[in-house]
Write a protein that binds this ligand. Structure first.
Ligand SMILES: NC(=O)c1ccc[n+]([C@@H]2O[C@H](COP(=O)([O-])OP(=O)(O)OC[C@H]3O[C@@H](n4cnc5c(N)ncnc54)[C@H](O)[C@@H]3O)[C@@H](O)[C@H]2O)c1
Length: 253
């Protein structure tokens, strides 16, 4: 049990990578708070974890709202008595399209969900981590932040911001024994955002295009991403902070 006695918040855990992370963490003994704006999906994932013998609760939270983070951290401590790990996984993208066609509202939403959320998570979780003597953030960025594809410039840049914010946080909070790391997945057709990344339906043609850029010859899965997060959240990574693990089959080389 690699996360025995640890308590983790996983945002966007009602779907895709987040659901995979929440389930994998619970298998390794963590108490998991499934946070999402989608109540039915979040409750389903928490229920599946409980049915499998794990510990999970669902908490409705919009990661772009400071008040929701306050309630989320409060609910986590009420349910499990502590907080050790925050996985900032919730994310959003505009549909793949030319840069100049991205609306201002879409720009603001991408940056609110992907970037502001990391800042808000720190505002609310760092005081708890400090009081407990440490903690860990695992932020889901993307290969988009290091190897950008056309048509996703606003999204790509938001993930670049997540990567740099994470590294900078690692330096700033090291003295508090707070670790901050990133996981950079490559495209996964199994998750909710894939159609928008592809600019429409994930056709066989679109899959072929993405696959051609991944040397290991397959897409990422929620389990691939969850296993990298598990390592970074666990004590095995006690001296690892400020890094990004690419889970990308060598796409970024
Ligand atoms: N799917 C990919 O190919 C891919 C590749 C690299 C990185 N990522 C990143 O992985 C993360 C997870 O994405 P996914 O592909 O699993 O997508 P997904 O759409 O399957 O899951 C995202 C979840 O986040 C939730 N969410 C959205 N906005 C929210 C908000 N404001 N507050 C709380 N929850 C919110 C959604 O309800 C959903 O359950 C994102 O950060 C995404 O950018 C995805």
């Amino acid at each position: 049990m690699r996360l025995r006695d640890k308590v983790a918040i996983v945002t966007g855990a009602g779907s895709g990578f987040g659901a995979g992370i929440a389930k994998r963490f619970a298998q390794e003994g963590a108490g998991v708070v499934v946070a999402d704006i989608g109540d039915a999906a979040g409750q389903r994932v928490a229920g599946e974890i409980a049915t499998a013998g794990g510990k999970a609760v669902f908490v409705h939270a919009d990661v772009t709202r400071s008040q929701d983070w306050a309630s989320l951290v409060g609910a986590t401590r009420s349910a499990f008595g502590r907080l050790d790990v925050v996985v900032n996984n919730a994310g959003w993208t505009h549909r793949n399209k030319p840069y100049l066609e991205v609306s201002e509202a879409e720009f603001d939403k991408v940056y609110a969900v992907n970037v502001k959320s990391v800042y808000l998570s720190a505002l609310h979780a760092v005081p708890v981590f400090r009081a407990q003597g440490g903690g860990a953030f695992v932020n889901i960025a993307s290969t988009a932040g290091v190897r950008p594809r056309p048509g996703l410039t606003v999204y790509n840049s938001s993930k670049g911001a997540v990567i740099l914010m994470s590294r900078s946080m690692a330096g700033e909070f090291g003295a508090d024994r707070i670790r901050v790391n990133c996981v950079n997945p490559v495209f996964s057709p199994e998750t909710g955002l894939s159609a928008d990344f592809a600019g429409g339906a994930v056709t066989e043609e679109a899959k072929k295009r993405f696959l051609a850029t991944i040397p290991l010859g397959r897409f990422s899965t929620p389990l691939d991403v969850a296993n990298a997060c598990l390592y970074l959240a666990s004590d095995e990574a006690a001296f690892i902070s400020g890094v990004c693990i690419e889970v990308d089959g060598a796409r970024s080389v």
